[in-house]
Design a protein around this ligand. Structure first.
Ligand SMILES: Nc1nc2c(ncn2[C@@H]2O[C@H](COP(=O)(O)OP(=O)(O)OP(=O)(O)O)[C@@H](O)[C@H]2O)c(=O)[nH]1
Ligand SMILES: [Mg+2]
Length: 292
């Protein structure tokens, strides 16, 4: 008997959702950042565990903001919640329980596991207090699992628990593949990760990336990409003095690409200004952010 199903990883911005997806995939598939609101789109990874195929969906952090791009991001999280067999709510151990209560009204009390994340950042005593607080809601969640990506705690417990709630089903995807995403999209996210790492203030939030050309071959991938910013001044900052910022972004993203593909990557990066790129649905669609 085999099982298979979809599991959405949801939580507030910066909770550690993408880090968890990468840990489960044993690959750096999803972009990770110490800055919040990094993930903008859903991304699937496929994990085989015991007799089950689990399709995990990384989602943007649940947050409310007026901007159209942020509305798209919230929609992505809500769609994943609506489409899954089970969700995992990732709550950093330092977060207030109120955020979990907000999630409960959003998920309409659908079946979920509560994953208490980043437990390496608090003391054992504080962790016990937190667990006791959450236990007041134990009739609402299937399991409460303390977890740390840094200390590698809780992953096997999470997988074992998830399998209990998946439907009986033959595998839904070819057992060889680890993600439904193509390399073009994964590479784009790697450039965004480098932008989030090296650029400050509003620039990571007012920029995005388009892959203009992508040519794969067995030993080398050729990628031509453009970083799109909102203002002329941001273009100058993105390039940096003597091009040092764009070089650093290029170097970092190429390293990520080569680690994943196990190939050489030739990356050609440029920067262009497109005023208001994030303010219209048809513009957002050009970056892969489709509302329908
Ligand atoms: N100390 C500690 N830090 C962690 C852990 N898991 C993730 N982080 C860090 O938390 C930050 C946010 O991680 P992400 O995985 O990008 O968080 P996210 O939930 O995907 O964030 P958004 O995409 O912005 O919603 C990064 O700096 C991670 O390195 C953990 O278990 N312990
Ligand atoms: Mg993320």
């Amino acid at each position: 008997m085999t099982k298979a199903g979809f599991v959405a990883l949801v939580g507030r911005p910066n909770a550690g959702k993408s880090t968890l997806l990468n840990t489960l995939a044993h690959e750096h598939l999803a972009m990770v950042s110490h800055k919040a609101n990094a993930t903008r789109k859903r991304l699937n990874c496929i994990v085989l565990h015991q007799n089950a195929q689990i399709i995990f969906t990384d989602t943007p952090g649940i947050h409310q903001q007026e901007k159209l791009l942020n509305q798209f991001m919230l929609n992505e999280a809500l769609k994943a919640l609506g489409d899954c067999d089970l969700s995992v709510f990732i709550a950093p151990a330092t977060d207030n329980v109120q955020h979990y209560k907000d999630f409960l009204s959003l998920c309409n009390h659908r079946r979920h596991i509560l994953l208490l994340s980043k437990i390496d950042t608090i003391t054992q005593a504080d962790l016990l207090v937190k667990i006791t607080e959450y236990q007041a809601y134990s009739h609402l969640y299937e399991a409460l699992i303390p977890y740390s990506a840094t200390k590698k705690i809780g992953i096997t417990s999470l997988l074992t628990e998830i399998i209990k709630y998946l439907p009986k089903s033959p595998p839904l995807y070819d057992e060889e593949i680890i993600t439904t995403e193509n390399f073009r999209e994964l590479y784009k996210e790697m450039i965004r990760e480098a932008i989030f790492e090296y650029m400050s203030d509003e620039i990571p939030y007012e920029s995005d990336v388009q892959i203009l050309a992508f040519k794969e071959s067995p030993l080398l991938d050729r990628v031509k990409a453009v970083i799109v910013v909102d203002k002329e001044s941001q273009k100058g900052l993105m390039i940096g003095k003597k091009g040092e910022n764009i070089k650093r972004i290029g170097r970092k993203s190429r390293e990520l690409m080569e680690a994943l593909s196990e190939k050489k990557v030739f990356l050609e990066l440029s920067v262009k200004v497109k005023k208001g790129w994030s303010k219209k649905k048809e513009f957002l669609a050009q970056f892969g952010y489709n509302f329908e």
